[in-house]
Write a protein that binds this ligand. Structure first.
Ligand SMILES: [Mg+2]
Length: 182
């Protein structure tokens, strides 16, 4: 298992295999669905490119993504996935968005994962945890088991530490086109 990104070469954005990324909530209801290009796989690390103009459908409706990002999934049982924006996005300059969720699974051309509400966001000026209220609300509504709640909490705390350190896989510059890094 790669311990640092130095073992993974930069992605080649000139080729890829179409895949579908499908996420649900804990109760199986839809979260998001969209297409991506699977750029590469190094051991347990899958990297996808989500291009501008990608259509998405989700629990809040549907639309077209405006800004490209690289999304990393892991087949070694990590309880998160990572989205690195190719450009700082939004008024506050979002750089990285980490979804806390059940480990991804790959079946044919589909990557699936289960969203567990909490997100860790890195902006140009800091790191924040979002959607605490949703996590508490959904935990009560759907009966998140105690061990799942403990796992999500521990994972979130560890992800915050790693994002602050910009350690792999949160070393954004190494997963986006070189012209975007900085
Ligand atoms: Mg969330």
């Amino acid at each position: 298992m790669p311990e640092s990104s130095s073992e993974i070469p930069p992605p080649d954005f000139s080729r890829g295999r179409p895949v579908r990324i499908v996420s649900t909530k804990f109760d199986g209801s839809p979260h998001y669905e969209y297409e991506a290009l699977l750029l590469d796989q190094h051991g347990p690390v899958l990297r996808c490119w989500i291009r501008p103009g990608t259509r998405w459908v989700g629990y809040r409706g549907e639309g077209v993504l405006m800004y490209p990002f690289t999304m990393l999934f892991f087949t070694d049982g990590r309880w998160y996935n990572v989205m690195h924006q190719h450009q700082p996005t939004g008024a506050r300059g979002q750089l990285t968005y980490v979804n806390i969720g059940a480990p991804a699974t790959v079946e044919g051309d589909t990557i699936r994962w289960v969203d567990l509400d909490l997100d860790v966001l890195r902006y140009e000026h800091g790191v924040e945890v979002h959607d605490e209220d949703e996590f508490v609300e959904h935990g009560a509504r759907w009966g998140y088991p105690d061990d799942l709640i403990a796992r999500v909490r521990a994972t979130t705390a560890e992800v915050v530490r790693q994002v602050e350190a910009q350690a792999f896989p949160f070393d954004r510059d190494r997963h986006i086109p070189p012209s975007s890094a900085g």
